[in-house]
Write a protein that binds this ligand. Structure first.
Ligand code: ADP
Length: 458
């Protein structure tokens, strides 16, 4: 096992990785920007080094500064967390060349999945079902019309280098398609430095169901079941749960097999997530992308399977084989995660950085809070608005949901607006309680004729 690693990240995931390292006797080196000098991960790590000013382009995304820090700290490996450089094949390659172990998949696997157009082609070849759509990038209107003639409206235009729900356009007719092509392309160029776009059939009211996989250096790959991440705002996840309310043994077997096939096709090693869109109407699932890193929502799987995913990442990166087979993995519990974001859910999810005047976190049996925020913490405006995650498990879905509802009621965060009041509403929603929801759930909830009155300030 490693003696010392560097964590090239911030926030709750840096804290999460430090915790796993402590339990494994690994020393940690944190990095931070000038905007993060009051961050909890600095306090918890064995060492911390400032790598630049607040904007991530000047700090957390600066490969040369991270590598210098790693050399000064004499670390053996780097954990990239999620976001930032975690899916940057070049960064993984630089680490490989500098003889620093990148705690994640090989750069070749990141590259193979990083371009979504190329990933679709690889999946098709491997026999994994993909959403019907274009075979390659769509370069002009004629090509777009040819694809649409084949698959029909509605369609979704997506960026080959896309991520974070950005750069997508839905089109129901020709004028919207033409407009969407140009806006999606310019947004893709600006946001991802890659103007390539492609077209998929837009599956209406689908579920987002993803599979957690783990692969070791010996070529063994297992899946750890699914997470239903259909509760989203602007194509970004807010609530994740496992098992999915629509899952059954047969479907899990089929989707799990497809997820493993997807990972095998790119010789995947370490933790990853294969994402699918599932149509309840057609009972069909389609690959949309693979995330080649640990996910925000990984605790849901940890609570269901009892497997510590970050420790597994560290063990695999250190060359240890998986100590178990698919049949050894059991799904005995239900778990749910609510993302606690510093944003106003009743005002278009406007980010609300600022000082947390007071914070009280829930506790008790089956309640886990992964966070870096605390009373008095000032949320910098430079980064993602997520300040923590509340995860609850139960013997079944009902207990997990009841526990989540009671934990949310205990949560007190003063000084900023958060997503807690929206989560409270969702947890009481009869359709959500019955497991009847799709990716359109939140938009419908927030645009119902009865305007939703936010609960009183705590
Ligand atoms: P990103 O990498 O930007 O997160 P994804 O491809 O993972 O993009 O898609 C994000 C979300 O967008 C999905 O969870 C789903 O809600 C929606 N989405 C993506 N593709 C489709 C599709 N073909 N049909 C319907 N919804 C889709």
């Amino acid at each position: 096992m490693f003696d010392k690693i560097l964590i090239a990240n911030r926030g709750e995931i840096a804290v999460r990785i430090i915790r796993a390292c402590k339990e494994l006797g690994i020393r940690t080196m944190a990095v931070y920007s000038q905007a993060d000098s009051n961050s909890l991960h600095i306090q918890l790590a064995d060492e911390a080094v400032c790598i630049g000013p607040g904007p991530s382009t000047e700090s957390y995304l600066k490969i040369d500064r991270l590598i210098s820090a790693a050399e000064i700290g004499d670390v053996e490996a780097i954990h990239p967390g999620y976001g930032f450089l975690s899916e940057n094949a070049h960064f993984a390659e630089v680490c490989e060349n500098c003889k620093i172990k990148f705690i994640g998949p090989p750069s070749s696997a990141i590259r193979a999945m990083g371009d979504k157009v190329a990933a679709r082609a690889t999946m098709r070849k491997a026999g994994v079902p993909v959403v019907p759509g274009s075979d390659g990038p769509v370069t002009d209107e004629q090509e777009a019309f040819t694809v649409v003639r084949k698959i029909g409206y509605p369609v979704i235009i997506k960026a080959a280098g896309g991520g974070g729900g950005r750069g997508m356009r839905i089109a129901h007719n020709d004028p919207a398609l033409i407009k969407g092509l140009y806006t999606a392309r310019s947004e893709a160029e600006r946001a991802f430095n890659n103007p390539n776009i492609y077209i998929e059939k837009y599956i209406e009211n689908p579920r987002h169901i993803e599979f957690q996989i783990l692969g070791d250096n010996k070529g063994r790959i297992v899946h750890l079941g699914e997470r239903d991440c259909s509760i989203q705002r602007r194509h970004q996840k807010l609530i994740e749960e496992s098992p999915s309310p629509v899952m059954n043994a047969d479907l899990r077997k089929k989707m799990g097999k497809a997820a493993i096939k997807a990972a095998e096709a790119v010789k995947y090693v370490n933790a990853g997530t294969v994402e699918f869109i599932y149509s309840e109407e057609k009972k069909e699932f389609y690959f949309i992308e693979m995330n080649t890193r640990v996910q925000v929502e990984h605790p849901v799987t940890e609570e269901v399977t009892g497997i510590d995913l970050v420790k597994e990442q560290l063990r695999i990166a250190a060359g240890e084989p998986l100590g178990y087979d698919q049949k050894d993995i059991t799904f005995d519990r239900a778990a749910i995660e609510c993302r606690i974001n510093a944003e106003d859910p009743f005002n278009n999810f406007q980010p609300c950085p600022g000082k947390i005047e007071f914070m009280h976190v829930p506790g008790g049996l089956g309640v886990r809070v992964d966070k870096h925020a605390y009373s008095g913490y000032v949320i910098p405006p430079d980064y993602d608005s997520m300040i923590g995650k509340l995860i609850c498990y139960g013997k079944d879905r009902r207990e997990a949901l009841d526990r989540m509802a009671r934990a949310l009621d205990e949560f007190v965060i003063r000084g900023i607006k958060t997503t807690v009041p929206l989560h409270q509403i969702i947890l009481k929603d009869p359709n959500f309680r019955r497991g009847r929801y799709s990716t359109a759930f939140i938009e419908r909830l927030l645009t119902t004729p009865q305007p939703i009155v936010p609960p009183k300030e705590q």
